[in-house]
Design a protein around this ligand. Structure first.
Ligand code: AMP
Ligand code: ZN
Length: 111
């Protein structure tokens, strides 16, 4: 479930600090440490999956929860009406830096 060497697993377990904006039993969301826009939130499943290549049928419930959470966080952050971008970097060619699957929610300015 958790990887002791993983940065985001450590954040999820509160062994490292982060500015959390949401938490439940399956998913957490916290502010990106190096934001590219006024709103930049990372939505992260608690379960350690390296990237989307680890996402299996048993994980499908997470996808629905994540997209509902995107809507709620966009409303909470005041970016729902003007719009935003969601994206997930995957693997080497996707320029993924942190190998714990996560979705970026970015908005608050024209991208
Ligand atoms: P990527 O793996 O390409 O999706 O990028 C990882 C993202 O995690 C980058 O946008 C980083 O700024 C962000 N990041 C790295 N370390 C931390 C941290 N300790 N707390 C919050 N965000 C982080
Ligand atoms: Zn992890």
């Amino acid at each position: 479930m958790s990887n002791p060497d993983c940065l985001f697993c450590k954040i999820i377990k509160k062994e490292l600090p982060a500015e959390f904006v949401y938490e439940d039993e399956h998913i957490v969301a916290f502010k990106d440490i190096n934001p590219i826009a006024p709103v930049h939130i990372l939505i992260v499943p608690r379960k350690h999956m390296k990237d989307n290549n680890d996402f299996m049928e048993e994980d499908e419930h997470l996808a629905g929860r994540i997209f509902t959470l995107v809507r709620k966080l966009a409303e909470q952050e005041g970016i729902a009406e003007d719009g935003y971008r969601i994206f997930m970097n995957t693997g080497k060619h996707g320029k993924q830096i942190v190998p714990h699957m996560h979705l970026h929610l970015v908005g608050g300015r024209q991208l």
